[in-house]
Design a protein. Structure first.
Length: 311
């Protein structure tokens, strides 16, 4: 079997412990790595853990489970995919963070991998995916680590919740069945929806704004019946550099609390162009939150009607 070993590296203007922490805490990943859609923990120990990752590779959405060993003293994290997705037969590697000074560090990302049946076409596909993802991951990591100190003002999260006198399953189904939204939601003009792998969805849609204009969005979604749908938007409006979120459905004494959560990083470079020369970060934040909340609340309202009518 041919095992390929490759290394990528980048230098960042941030202290090594801060960089290590960003990589170690997987909830940061959809924010700091462009290919990552969602990550959750399956097991968590002192230094060993199992995580499940949903990400895109060469434009296709994939998911896999990895074991990680965390070594905060050495600033090293080793990882190994448990079950790889074809054409990958095996994949693992190491993150090594090296301090260059008190305020800068070098990030080294090592990979080793094999293709199923040593297939040359498969190996070529993996070479390209690893190279592209490693470069984009390290470039994004550099950008996002360096921005971390400055981005508190432009990163924010919020949530809208409605109480539904119905079942979590019916409310969940309404949000899950996004392929039907063009018939079910007045603000959705058209939908292109696919779920080639169960639980991993691609949703592209044109939505209508109050002024009648339409804009196209594309998201990848990860579903956990019947309680959570997580997503990452990959085509972004001018005022955002990041948009992730999730829908949750929690049963309670009077039915189900259905919520829509958003995390946004503003694109400050476009504020003046979109909102006018005098607009502030606070204006942009209010504008974006209002736009996202309006659509979320509309969808939750229709999910409520759907679930209550099915009772």
């Amino acid at each position: 079997m041919t095992t390929r070993q490759v290394e990528h590296e980048i230098t960042v203007d941030a202290p090594a412990p801060a960089v290590y922490r960003l990589i170690a805490e997987v909830e940061n990943w959809p924010r700091i790595f462009p290919p990552t859609i969602y990550v959750d923990h399956l097991e968590r120990g002192e230094s060993e853990e199992r995580i499940r990752i949903w990400a895109t590779a060469n434009g296709e959405a994939k998911n896999w489970t990895s074991r990680r060993t965390l070594d905060p003293d050495a600033l090293r994290i080793t990882f190994r995919q448990e079950v790889s997705t074809p054409p990958v037969a095996a994949m693992g590697g190491t993150w090594i963070i090296e301090p260059l000074s008190g305020t800068s560090s070098r990030i080294r990302l090592l990979h080793d991998y094999r293709a199923i049946d040593d297939d040359p076409e498969g190996l070529k596909w993996i070479d390209e995916a690893v190279d592209r993802n490693s470069r984009s991951e390290l470039a994004a990591l550099k950008t996002n680590v360096e921005l971390a100190h400055a981005s508190e003002e432009i990163t924010f999260s919020f949530e809208d919740t409605v109480q539904i006198d119905g079942s979590a399953k019916d409310a969940y189904d309404f949000v899950n069945e996004a392929g039907l939204w063009v018939e079910r939601l007045p603000h959705v003009a058209s939908v292109r929806f696919s779920e080639d792998t169960p639980g991993l969805q691609t949703l592209e849609m044109d939505t209508r704004a109050k002024d009648g204009s339409t804009h196209t969005t594309k998201s990848y979604r990860v579903t956990f019946p019947h309680h959570r749908i997580a997503y990452k938007q990959v085509t972004l409006p001018a005022l955002m550099t990041l948009h992730t979120g999730y829908w949750t459905f929690e049963e309670n004494a009077s039915g189900v609390a259905a919520s829509s959560q958003h995390t946004v990083v503003l694109n400050t470079a476009n504020i003046a162009r979109i909102l006018g020369a005098d607009a502030t970060v606070a204006d942009a934040r209010a504008y974006v939150q209002n736009a996202l909340s309006t659509n979320s609340r509309a969808t939750l309202g229709h999910a409520k009607d759907h679930a209550e009518n099915r009772r």
